[in-house]
Design a protein. Structure first.
Length: 178
């Protein structure tokens, strides 16, 4: 199963398309992961082509097993990805969402619009009772995106090195909106 989601143009914001990642996205994926601001917040580091290809294969495997729905966010159907949104099965009725935007796309509402579209899709089609969004406490931009998308702060998380070296926030969104 693969899904493509469309986010319409609104005001000055361009239309977006959320589609599965493809191998021909490799160059854009590597370019995005070279950004130190992005790497600061990600648990996964894609430093070279081999790591990026493994990551792309894992995304395809997730779609095949219906356990990880990983979307490349594009502003033009044939354009390079400018962001990423993922819905990962966590437990019965619960999934975790994550996202990032490429440096050139930040501050344009791409993350919030893409996350909202993926969240609506997941809550409307995947028999989920809740979505969870985790981010480092210091990542204020992610906190703002979560709040814009109807995710409510649910819990403050303690650091859990090495995977999560900083304390964090758990935000939650349910089908009823909170």
């Amino acid at each position: 199963m693969t899904i493509t989601l469309s986010v319409p143009k609104t005001g000055a914001a361009v239309a977006l398309q959320l589609r599965p990642w493809r191998r021909d996205d490799l160059t854009a994926l590597l370019a995005a992961h070279r950004d130190p601001s992005l790497r600061r917040w990600l648990a996964t580091s894609l430093a070279d082509e081999t790591a990026a290809l493994r990551w792309l294969d894992a995304q395809a495997d997730g779609w095949a097993s219906s356990t990880r729905f990983s979307f490349a966010v594009v502003a033009d159907e044939d354009g390079p990805p400018i962001g990423h949104v993922v819905v990962k099965a966590a437990a019965a009725g619960v999934a975790e969402v994550g996202y990032w935007t490429a440096a050139a796309a930040r501050g344009q509402g791409v993350a919030a619009r893409a996350l909202d579209a993926a969240s609506r899709w997941a809550l409307g089609t995947q028999a989920l009772s809740r979505l969870e969004l985790l981010h480092a406490k210091g990542n204020q931009a992610s906190c703002r995106v979560a709040e814009k998308c109807g995710f409510v702060l649910d819990e403050l998380l303690s650091a859990a090195p090495p995977a999560f070296p900083d304390s964090g926030h758990r935000h939650v969104r349910t089908p009823s909106g909170g």
